[in-house]
Design a protein around this ligand. Structure first.
Ligand code: HEM
Length: 398
């Protein structure tokens, strides 16, 4: 088997179906090669696929998150004016370390545990609403998206009537199908909205996530707070919503596991971890640019080169996961998946996302035990492009 990709291969590779990761990942992983590939959106990047290499890369101080660097790779073309480093995700130490500390207090396990009753209530209310509309329904657009938006919206104390507009603009910003002008308009709308939102909090901080952060950290500037709020809104719902839809689609193929979720809370935790591994919807969010010369898997990477540590490839590495192509929530040992990243940028919302996913899958199993697809599985389509892998729609009946 050879790791050399096809002459014409461009990155990102396509997934053959919602349950499989690109076939090229297995080929590259098998011989450990780290090729430099042209990117579909222009430029090129080194693609890393082995678990240990991916994990080390995500933890390597020589690999930077600087999105304003011309070598920083992206799955979609991003005009230079839209490349900002204002949020945590675009920062490197020591700035990142200090900034992350300010936000981390909002995501402690204790705080997330305290969110449990309210998140459960929101899950129940959104499912009531979805069911009341009648079968069949689109679980992606009419349940997963509004629910995850409502959760982060409440934490940020954003008026519920503003959430849909903000969501559309967020999607618009990262939608490869829209023109650069449309995407620029979306980002301007978000900046304008959040400038006012942050100004209100700086003037009179309330008891919401951003209010508390600005109160505890008076040194935090207006622009940084705008970028942080935007990141939390965006990161706080899109990946979780995608995990709900793809997770349900996966569970419908495994009715024995779906049924068990109704009563077994501990099992729900295992199911969530395995779905995170198996689906790895944020494969394309962990790009880096080399800040110094380094070597990965025998490839010499020069300062300024783009690097893609592919977490979906790492999460199917047979060196780490037995029978990795199989969805198996009963797999032994701790699930060491990298779906939330690794190292200094490890997802801050991971425990909140886990809570939402656990409660959603358990509630669906209890309330809709006959849940099933309303169309043949081949007709469930994915939405290509963008950073988060997701379904275009999930038509279900019950
Ligand atoms: C299943 C859902 C989610 C997945 C799969 C996911 C995945 C990720 C990944 C892979 C990263 C690291 C990116 C990198 O290394 O460059 C990340 C970072 C981050 N995520 Fe999530 N995320 C999810 C949900 C959430 C939620 C619910 C929130 C907040 C409410 C959130 C907030 C963040 C933040 C603030 C960061 C930046 C951390 C830093 O740069 O230090 N995420 N996420």
């Amino acid at each position: 088997m050879t790791g050399a990709p096809e002459e014409s291969a461009t990155f990102p590779f396509a997934r053959p179906c919602p349950f499989a990761v690109p076939e090229e990942y297995a080929r590259l992983r098998a011989d450990g090669s780290v090729p430099r590939l042209p990117l579909a959106a222009g430029g090129d990047a080194w693609v890393v696929t082995r678990y240990e290499d991916v994990k080390n890369a995500l933890n390597d101080d020589r690999l930077s998150n600087d999105r304003t660097h011309p070598g920083y790779p992206s799955p979609i073309a991003i005009p230079p004016a839209m490349r900002t480093n204002g949020s945590l995700l675009g920062m490197d130490p020591p700035e990142h370390t200090a900034y992350r500390r300010m936000v981390k207090a909002e995501f402690t396990l204790q705080r997330v545990r305290a969110m449990h009753p309210r998140v459960q209530q929101l899950v129940t209310e959104h499912l009531d609403r979805f069911v009341a509309k009648g079968a069949p329904g689109d679980l992606a657009a009419d349940f997963a998206q509004p629910l995850t938006l409502a959760v982060i919206g409440e934490l940020l104390a954003i008026p519920p009537q503003d959430l849909d507009g903000l969501h559309d603009a967020t999607r618009g910003m990262f939608d490869a199908a829209r023109t650069p002008e449309q995407r620029h308009a979306a980002i301007s709308f978000l900046d304008h909205y959040f400038e006012q939102y942050v100004a209100d909090r700086l003037e009179k901080p309330g008891d919401d996530m951003i209010g508390r952060i600005v109160q505890r950290n008076p040194q935090l500037g207006q622009t940084e707070t705008v970028h942080l709020t935007r990141l939390l809104l965006n990161g706080g719902h899109d990946s979780t919503a995608s995990m709900i839809s793809l997770g349900v689609l996966t569970l419908l193929r495994h009715p024995e596991h779906f049924r068990a979720l109704a009563t077994d809370e501990a099992f729900a935790e295992d199911v969530v971890e395995e779905l995170l591994r198996y689906l790895t919807v944020t494969d394309l969010t962990t790009a880096r640019v080399a800040a110094a010369d380094l070597e990965i898997g025998g490839s010499a990477i020069a300062a300024g080169d783009g690097v893609y540590p592919a977490t979906a490839a790492a999460n199917r590495d047979p060196e780490v996961f037995e029978d990795p192509e199989t969805f198996d929530p009963t797999r032994a040992g701790r699930n060491r998946h990298l779906a939330f990243g690794f190292g200094r940028h490890l997802c801050l919302g991971a425990d909140l996302a886990r809570l939402e996913l656990r409660l959603v899958f358990a509630e669906l199993a209890r309330r809709l035990p006959d849940l099933r697809l309303a169309v043949p599985e081949e007709q469930v389509t994915v939405r290509d492009g963008g950073f988060v892998y997701r379904l275009a729609a999930l038509p279900v009946t019950w």
